[in-house]
Design a protein around this ligand. Structure first.
Ligand SMILES: NC(=O)c1ccc[n+]([C@@H]2O[C@H](COP(=O)([O-])OP(=O)(O)OC[C@H]3O[C@@H](n4cnc5c(N)ncnc54)[C@H](O)[C@@H]3O)[C@@H](O)[C@H]2O)c1
Length: 358
């Protein structure tokens, strides 16, 4: 039986991961430590909150005493670290929180693991422990028209968000090299799927297009991202946890590069087909509104996922078109969920980010 600490388990990827792990490993004991920021929603896990192998702790990874207590109380042997401030736009308007959570918070978790695994436990049990740090492809910077990020690509972060994630990656790597902490790092491309907070591109466009509102697209809409269905990401993390070589980094990607505008067009077309045209008989593509580009907006990201494929045998299972269909259907089936997260503070934020750019 593994005793797993999942941080940020009430967020988008974390909640999918908690559910996916309990489904595939019902004997794992999971503790979910989440501060419940604007992005954390305990409602993402109502279906599993009564599972006797699941415990939720509302708390901050920046609180070192709390993190240490959880390690001791729960005999934690595995960490899957998702908790982060994760939205690039928010990191531009308020970077301080990113430094606290993403850097100081990761440091606290590493210290707690070092204390629990390297000082208290015998060598044998230490070998079974794992600290998996979930990171992003954004640490590598921006690409030109060709090429893809490999694990050896030099770091070149461009936003306070990616700089804070890069910094946390370096700390994790340092704890492996300096102390021998059994760490793993994954750097993944853009995720999409159920339970994503509707400030990010895909749920934002679905939500607005459903309501007949403008669909804000940054710049010329031609920024390229590689997209991965969130459950494929969860499965990749489990694969790295089980088979990855400690101290290593694994890039995870969907081999699915898309321009932002292609995604917006696809969502409009799926919704036109599923719920009919707009009341005036117009297609939803007519709602597209180009807005001033984000400062320092990276042009293109692409992931070379050869290492995880050849070493660990992981491949994404869901192709982009099927994944997008599933995602739009999920949002159509979960309108109360969208309503519950698009409260006043979200609308205020939305005004600041998009309406002032017109
Ligand atoms: N979303 C993506 O496309 C993507 C891609 C690659 C990597 N990642 C990484 O995956 C992780 C999860 O991303 P996400 O999109 O699910 O993020 P999210 O913003 O949806 O969720 C983050 C969660 O962390 C919690 N949290 C924030 N600060 C905390 C703190 N100080 N203490 C405890 N909990 C805290 C929030 O309440 C929330 O539940 C992040 O580390 C992110 O960098 C995300």
């Amino acid at each position: 039986m593994k005793h797993v600490l999942i941080t940020g388990g009430c967020g988008f990827i974390g909640s999918n991961f908690v559910r996916h792990t309990l489904k595939n490993f019902p004997d794992y004991k999971i503790v979910n430590l989440d501060k419940l920021t604007y992005a954390g929603n305990p409602g993402n896990l109502t279906d599993i909150e009564k599972n006797s192998n699941y415990r939720f702790v509302k708390g901050d990874i920046v609180d070192a005493a709390l993190v240490g207590r959880i390690f001791a109380e729960e005999n934690i042997d595995t960490v899957v670290h998702f908790a982060a401030e994760s939205h690039v736009d928010r990191s531009i308007t308020g970077p301080a929180e990113f430094v606290q959570t993403n850097i100081v918070g990761t440091f606290n978790l590493l210290e707690a693991a070092r204390e629990a695994w390297l000082n208290d436990k015998a060598g044998e049990s230490k070998n079974a422990c794992r600290f998996l740090h979930v990171s992003t492809d954004e640490v590598y910077g921006s690409l030109g028209e060709t090429g893809a990020f490999q694990e050896t690509t030099p770091y070149d972060p461009r936003s306070p968000y990616s700089a804070s994630k890069a910094s946390s990656d370096h700390l994790v790597s340092a704890y492996f090299h300096t102390y021998g902490l059994p760490t793993l790092i994954t750097n993944c491309s853009n995720n999409y799927g159920p339970y994503q907070f509707p400030e990010k591109l895909i749920p934002l466009v679905i939500n607005n297009a459903l309501q007949g509102k403008a669909l804000p697209v940054y710049g010329d809409g031609k920024n390229v991202r590689d997209w991965l269905y969130v459950i494929d990401h969860c499965q990749a993390i489990l694969t790295v946890l089980q088979k990855g070589r400690i101290g290593e980094t694994y890039n995870i990607g969907g081999n699915s590069e898309k321009q932002n505008i292609e995604i917006v067009n696809l969502i409009c077309d799926i919704l036109d087909e599923k719920v009919g045209l707009l009341p005036g008989g117009e297609k939803r593509r007519s709602l597209i509104t180009y807005v001033k580009d984000r400062a320092g907006h990276d042009r293109r990201y692409a992931i070379d996922a050869t290492k995880i494929r050849t070493e660990l045998g992981w491949l994404p299972k869901v192709n982009f078109k099927d994944g997008m269909r599933k995602t739009v259907e999920w949002y159509l089936d979960h309108k109360p969920w969208i309503a519950s997260v698009t409260d006043g503070s979200y609308r205020e934020y939305y005004e600041k980010m998009y309406n002032n750019r017109r």
